[in-house]
Design a protein around this ligand. Structure first.
Ligand code: ZN
Length: 320
């Protein structure tokens, strides 16, 4: 994807400057890059030569407070040109992001990328733009955001809350990017070592640790993923949540925000109830619900539908 290309072009520059003894680096570069390990340069490059046909990148914005400023338009094919020109829609999507993410958390974001999800089926993603996990890029698939009308059935809201959930659980106050897996006594999501008191470590210790050996044995086998979900279905709010603990947190957080507090004591509900133990998360929940007007009783479940992604697995190699 875009970020891999950035790394590749950086690498080419480096290679041309260094003596050519780095075959391991070349080989490494040809390997699929794990999305959670991709780090974009702190400052986007000024050149405008990146093609976006493959990854669907349309326009990149920087986030300045609650506003956005265009950094670059990607070279796009004719069918994406209309989407690129329609900056009103870029702004409309941004408006919803700003409605969901309070200013106090917006400081974790410094880039907003509008892309087309048609090619890879991704509706949204987040990826760190600083190695220390203090800043993130949020990407939204513009075509999906307007599929059937803007934010139809609240699907875009669902996507944004899900992606926000990743940043809440993986930012530098939660995860130590400097600690390697070998030095990590708690859960290691890939971005770094989850702090002892982090949300994702609590989720992992209470609801994943006992099945982690089984989970680790799954690998890439789709049928084993299915079987794992079938076996532990009562633990997950959606099938997508069974992808890994990070996706589980994002899905649990989304359910925590959009639905009433669960009263039934199912295993999946216990995960949602876990988030109610954190006062700052319940404050955040209240703030988002107020902003999206989900607070009117009885309508919350209807305003945002659990998105279709919730019933399928994401593709391997997707960003968060
Ligand atoms: Zn996700």
């Amino acid at each position: 994807m875009l970020l891999q290309k950035r790394l590749k072009s950086l690498l080419i520059v480096l290679l041309s400057l260094l003596i050519l003894n780095s075959f391991t680096a070349c080989e490494k570069d040809d390997d699929p890059v794990e999305p959670d390990k991709i780090v974009t340069p702190d400052k986007p490059k000024e050149d405008n030569t990146e093609q976006s046909d493959e990854d669907g990148s349309i326009t990149l914005y920087s986030i300045e407070g609650s506003d956005i400023k265009k950094l670059k338009d990607y070279k796009v094919s004719d069918n994406l040109l209309e989407l690129q020109k329609d900056t009103k829609k870029h702004q409309e999507i941004w408006g919803l992001i700003g409605q969901i993410i309070p200013n106090s958390y917006m400081t974790f974001f410094n880039e907003y990328l509008v892309f087309s999800g048609e090619g890879n089926g991704t509706a949204g993603y987040v990826v760190q733009t600083k190695e220390d996990l203090s800043k993130w890029q949020v990407g939204i698939a513009m075509d999906f955001a307007y599929d059937g009308g803007f934010n139809k059935d609240g699907e875009l809201s669902y996507t944004i809350i899900h992606e926000f959930g990743h940043v809440i659980s993986l930012n530098d106050t939660q995860v130590d990017a400097k600690k390697t897996e070998n030095d990590c006594q708690s859960y290691f999501p890939g971005e770094g070592c989850a702090k002892e008191t982090s949300y994702i470590n609590a989720l992992y210790q209470n609801h994943w640790k006992d099945i982690d050996d089984e989970f680790q044995a799954i690998g890439d086998d789709e049928s084993k993923k299915e079987a794992f979900y079938e076996k532990y279905q009562d633990r997950f709010v959606t099938q997508y949540a069974s992808t890994n603990p990070a996706e589980d947190f994002a899905e649990v957080f989304t359910h925590f925000v959009i639905f009433d507090k669960p009263t039934e004591d199912s295993h999946a509900n216990k995960k949602v109830q876990l988030l109610y133990k954190y006062p700052e998360l319940t404050d955040l929940r209240n703030e988002i619900r107020k902003s999206l007007k989900l607070d009117t009783k009885s309508k919350s479940a209807r305003t945002i539908k659990v998105w279709k992604r919730g019933s399928t697995f994401g593709k391997k190699g997707e960003k968060r």
